[in-house]
Design a protein around this ligand. Structure first.
Ligand SMILES: [Zn+2]
Ligand SMILES: [Zn+2]
Length: 268
């Protein structure tokens, strides 16, 4: 499976791709060409062009969750291209209005609007995207120190509720030696995601790339790093929503590689 980071908060020196506080990862597996999230703006299209990635050949777009730093870019994409042959996979709650500290942070479109432009597949269950890639759907919250890590609130039927991001999910690639996990923001908990992948596939985790949503130095960070050390046999690639202190604590305990827009990797 070939993977390219099309958008991340970070950029590499001397590589003139654009960065923004958002995430978009392009993957090829077998005949499928899959985009996990679309970042906040149109820059994923700009970067793809610079990297000679033809986004008109995409077969799938999948959302990790509804926040606009992962979904808003899609509105620029469907203004410039016909996406009717592409399949959009998302949890049904991805489209709920969301806010935090008075700011709208949800997807800037409804499921009905998305369906005008693309084929829409809503699911709470895991969905197989290609021979080896699975979108996990709803993540069970089983790891005790990750049972209360929501953010902001969401609106359903004109009432607002605390948002525990039940729409948050990740992808799993079944590789030669085990599972490689690709996350968006891990609002559902990076350890909950790993635990669910291990349960579904009964194989060890060999690596994780994406946002881990570790934004401060606290006891949860220490517990998370311990969990990663015990459950990830290979390298961690934390990006997007992982602070420097969290990366530092991780680097003291396990192999960590820096991620930025333009990063390419091949996972066997
Ligand atoms: Zn988010
Ligand atoms: Zn995010």
């Amino acid at each position: 499976m070939k993977l390219t980071v099309l958008v991340d908060n970070n950029t590499y020196i001397d590589q003139y791709y654009w960065g923004e506080p958002g995430l978009c990862i392009y993957m090829e597996d077998g005949g499928r060409k899959i985009l996990l999230d679309t970042g906040y703006s149109e820059i994923f299209m700009h970067n793809a062009e610079l990297m000679n990635i033809d986004l008109s050949a995409l077969t799938d777009i999948v959302f990790s969750h509804g926040h606009n730093d992962h979904t808003r870019g899609l509105t620029f994409f469907w203004k410039t291209q016909d996406l009717h042959d592409m399949l959009l996979t998302a949890h049904p709650d991805v489209f709920l209005p969301k806010e935090h500290d008075g700011l709208e942070i949800g997807a800037p479109f409804t499921a009905e609007e998305a369906e005008k432009h693309m084929k829409l597949r809503l699911s709470r269950e895991p969905v197989k995207l290609s021979d080896h890639l699975t979108w996990l759907g709803e993540i069970p919250r089983t790891v005790p120190f990750e049972n209360n890590i929501g953010i902001g609130r969401y609106r359903r039927s004109n009432a607002w509720y605390p948002d525990d991001l039940i729409d948050d999910t990740a992808l799993v690639y079944e590789g030669k030696d085990g599972l490689f996990i690709i996350t968006g923001c891990s609002h559902s908990g990076i350890c909950n995601i790993i635990a669910y992948a291990e349960k579904l596939f009964a194989k060890p985790v060999t690596g994780v790339i994406g946002g881990f949503h570790l934004m401060q130095k606290d006891t949860r960070l220490t517990q998370t790093v311990k969990y990663l050390k015990e459950h990830v046999q290979g390298t961690c690639y934390p990006c997007h929503c992982v602070c420097l202190a969290a990366k530092h604590e991780m680097m003291n305990e396990l192999p960590v590689v820096e991620v930025a827009t333009g990063m390419k990797m091949e996972i066997l």
